[in-house]
Design a protein around this ligand. Structure first.
Ligand code: AMP
Ligand code: ZN
Length: 459
């Protein structure tokens, strides 16, 4: 089976075939660095990190995720705080990487910064001007949308409808309302670079087109980002990249994650309803946040609440509880593979709910197993599944030492009792006692009677 991906442009799930055999290129629009990332911003980083891990099993992947470190929002933050721009962007780039690392996001292969690619942007804008797809007006350079008849194909927007619906005031130097900025003039207090059109700075869209071309080539395999980027950001990237590269396609597959919301409202800086990853990971293990972000399918909306955190914590307790006390040799660990059904779920358009169900099925099998060799095999498979998904990265004893908090669900408790009874049957008293201690630490009292083991919450 080939990997299946939902391609936004085709509007359906399709088999994924890379352009070049064995090699894949992927670009993810990264953060604009003027603030800490909130958990909505972390969703694309986490889900496309998982896609990257899945792709790497089969292909030689080059994955680029950029930093937008020149932007009017950054300029505004510099004015507001009185701090130099470089200081702001350096601080939030470092914070972003630290926060994402806490969520198990592996570093991408390339992390291009917009300010280090100004020459590429200027060259791309010049080629658009030369080809008649862009024009200069009052120190600005604008993309001439009417010169590209396929505009709207990605976001399925009809330009005429857009024009009719537009009520915004149009800058006088634009030929048409929908033309977008490639380059704009900078006054001395704003960041600016020399260009054929005077001292200025790039527009946001051209940044990604130029960085993607520099690091991945004119045509890339996969372009990823949040759903809110489909229009206008990705539509504009697509238009300008194609026009700058003689019509060559820009991205062969477009993948977009759904929104993360709180109380059914999109989490966003402008609405002010944000939970920063930076704050959250002070009290909640990063793996719990990752589990929560992967619990819903990436294209579905995900509503965030205290309960999302609690249930993700319980799910991880269940996985850690299954492998706890089982020694897996280094050889077995190195050779272990995640279950084929779990890999198949992830290769099916990153179906994480199905993959999680397979993960729990494996944990259940492990809890029931009594043969030591079988237990070691199954625990090895659990760790391999964890490595693929970026979960189970802590030592189980440390996990429980740090995090048991009395919130085990009835299912978790019964799974642990099942595990303890299986261990007792095998006269593996160390495991059995470990489970009893784990339950006790979580405030669960157990009693062995003639009818089996019963449990109750203590206090
Ligand atoms: P920004 O820094 O606002 O450009 O956003 C960085 C990334 O986070 C982009 O890919 C956005 O699409 C994504 N994003 C922003 N808000 C949310 C949200 N509430 N849910 C999911 N993704 C989001
Ligand atoms: Zn972008």
């Amino acid at each position: 089976m080939t990997i299946q991906l939902h391609d936004t442009r085709q509007g359906k799930k399709v088999p994924f075939e890379p352009m070049q055999e064995g090699k894949v290129t992927m670009y993810l629009c990264g953060p604009t660095v003027y603030n800490y990332a909130h958990i909505g911003n972390a969703r694309p980083a986490v889900v496309f990190d998982l896609l990257a891990r899945v792709l790497r099993r089969r292909y030689d992947l080059t994955f680029a995720r950029n930093f937008t470190d020149v932007d009017d929002k950054i300029n505004a933050a510099a004015i507001e705080t009185g701090k130099p721009i470089d200081e702001i962007t350096a601080k939030y780039m470092a914070a972003y990487n630290e926060d994402m690392a806490a969520l198990g996001v592996l570093p991408p292969d390339v992390e291009p910064r917009a300010t280090q690619h100004i020459d590429d942007m200027v060259a791309m804008i010049q080629s658009l001007v030369d080809a008649g797809h862009a024009y200069e007006a009052e120190g600005h350079v604008l993309f001439d949308v009417d010169s590209y008849p396929e505009y709207g194909a990605l976001s399925k927007r009809d330009l005429r409808e857009m024009i009719a619906g537009a009520r915004v005031e149009v800058a006088p130097y634009k030929k048409a309302a929908h033309d977008f900025v490639l380059w704009k003039p900078s006054t001395p207090e704003l960041p600016g670079w020399e260009s054929p059109w005077g001292v200025g700075r790039p527009g946001w869209h051209i940044e990604c087109s130029a960085m993607a071309a520099r690091h991945l080539g004119d045509t890339i395999d996969i372009h990823a980002g949040g759903q809110d980027l489909v229009f206008p950001h990705h539509e504009n990237e697509l238009a300008q990249s194609r026009c700058a590269h003689g019509g060559a396609d820009f991205a062969r597959y477009w993948v977009h994650n759904g929104f993360l919301s709180m109380d059914h409202e999109k989490m966003s800086k402008s609405l002010g309803n944000v939970v920063l990853v930076h704050d959250l990971i002070k009290t909640v293990p990063g793996e719990v946040v990752r589990m929560a972000l992967l619990s819903a399918h990436y294209r579905q909306p995900l509503d965030w609440s205290e309960e999302t955190i609690r249930s993700s914590k319980r799910m991880l307790d269940r996985l850690y509880g299954a492998v706890r006390g089982i020694d897996v040799s280094d050889e077995l660990r190195a050779a272990a593979q995640p279950p084929a059904v779990l890999v198949a779920a992830l290769e099916d358009d990153i179906n994480t709910p199905r993959a999680m169900a397979e993960f729990f099925a494996l944990a259940k099998e492990l809890n029931k197993a009594t043969d030591a060799a079988e237990k070691e095999q199954l625990a090895g498979a659990m760790y391999a599944a964890g490595d693929l998904m970026g979960l189970l990265q802590s030592d189980p004893d440390e996990w429980f030492a740090g995090h048991v908090d009395g919130e085990l669900s009835a299912d978790d408790i019964e799974a642990l009792i099942e595990k303890r009874n299986a261990a007792r049957k095998e006269k593996d008293f160390a495991t059995a006692d470990g489970v009893r201690d784990q339950l006790a630490a979580a405030g669960i009292k157990i009693e062995d009677g003639p009818g089996g083991t019963t449990w109750r919450r203590d206090g």
